[in-house]
Ligand binder design. Structure first.
Ligand SMILES: Nc1ncnc2c1ncn2[C@@H]1O[C@H](COP(=O)(O)OP(=O)(O)O)[C@@H](O)[C@H]1O
Ligand SMILES: [Mg+2]
Length: 321
């Protein structure tokens, strides 16, 4: 599989309120593999939407370059095989779900009610296609947006905060649809500041802060470094002193032993030793590192990568290059 998206030093600057310019996207090197769900994460104002708009060719980079399926940004042929669900889609409220698809379909020159109906079915709106958009819940509006983004059977979908403001059930529905897209071989580029979604479905992520990539890689690699906590009772103090693992955090009091191990250490030898010393295992609890921990570490600078969360007012709205 090749690259669906690749950027080299992709940069966008705007005039800042203080005078001078500010890089809201700052020398971004992104790599998105074909067929994967890629999570593009960062706090509000980090530069996610600006990056997506450059990748779509809606706005021009100030510096750097980018390729979508090997073609330079803005290539018209690529437009046929990509689609975009904006952060705050706006639909004509008096139109029905079916009419919306007919309307957007006409922009692509598609007049195919069977296709529109099958897309409505796919996003579970077949029963609601004659209701108008103002009768749709937020989750339904987001699903009609997904149906619309599938009109051209895209190979790559850009979904900007697709679960923003949705309730937990709607989250799950959207997530399941995105997983279905991947199963059909589509590449999904999802921006989000909501981590729990991403944690469950993304193959790889990039965390950006102040326009820069703070971390990028396979989710499994980034989340390495979990711990296992073993608790045992009926332990002698002598036994507690035999634990030699230098990476273990051991606490012992009144016959109760708690050992906290890195999750790449096999706990079996310790469990066997506890039992043969006459001890009782109370619990063995793996604690996976959460994306949330990594995110906070990254954007709050605990790992030294970056420090401030950007102030969205730092750049002047509309002050285009
Ligand atoms: N047209 C524009 N003119 C000036 N500043 C802008 C413009 N568009 C976005 N910005 C600024 O760029 C920064 C990044 O915005 P955005 O890409 O929307 O962030 P995100 O999608 O990660 O929340 C923000 O500080 C925002 O105010
Ligand atoms: Mg945004």
């Amino acid at each position: 599989m090749g690259a669906a998206i690749e950027t080299k030093n992709l940069t966008k600057s705007y005039k800042s309120k203080q005078g001078g310019r500010i890089n809201v996207v700052d020398h971004l090197n992104l790599y998105v593999e074909e067929g994967e769900i890629f999570g593009f994460l960062g706090p509000n104002g980090a530069g996610k939407t600006t990056t997506i708009k450059m990748l779509l060719g809606i706005i021009y980079p100030t510096e750097g370059e980018g390729y979508v399926f090997g073609k330079e940004l803005g290539d018209m042929e690529v437009h046929r095989i990509i689609s975009y669900l904006p952060e705050k889609p706006y639909y004509y409220e008096h139109m029905t779900g079916l009419e919306i698809l007919r309307f957007y379909g006409s922009l692509f020159g598609i007049k195919d009610d069977d296709l529109f109906k099958s897309l409505l079915e796919k996003v579970n709106l077949a029963g609601d296609m004659t209701k108008t958009i103002n009768q749709y819940s937020k989750g339904m509006q987001q699903r009609i947006g997904l149906a619309q983004s599938l009109l051209n059977d895209p190979k790559l979908l850009f979904l900007d905060e697709p679960t923003g403001g949705l309730d937990p059930i709607a989250h799950i529905e959207i997530r399941d649809l995105i997983l279905q897209f991947r199963a059909e071989g589509k590449t999904c580029f999802i921006s989000s500041h909501e981590l729990s979604d991403v944690e469950r479905i993304c193959d790889r992520v990039a965390i950006i802060n102040k326009g820069r990539i703070a971390k990028q890689g396979p989710l499994d690699d980034l989340l390495k470094g979990g711990r296992i906590e073993i608790t045992a009772t009926d332990i002698t103090e002598a036994f507690s002193k035999t634990i030699q693992d230098k990476d273990a955090i051991v606490s012992f009091s009144h016959g109760r032993l708690i050992v906290d191990l890195p999750d790449d250490h096999n706990p079996n030898a310790l469990l066997d030793a506890v039992r043969s010393s006459g001890g009782t295992i109370v619990s063995v609890i793996p604690r996976r590192k959460r994306l949330e921990d990594l995110f906070l570490e990254t954007v709050s600078g605990h790992d030294g990568s970056s420090v401030e969360i950007p102030n969205p007012n730092d750049a002047k709205e509309g002050a285009e290059a």
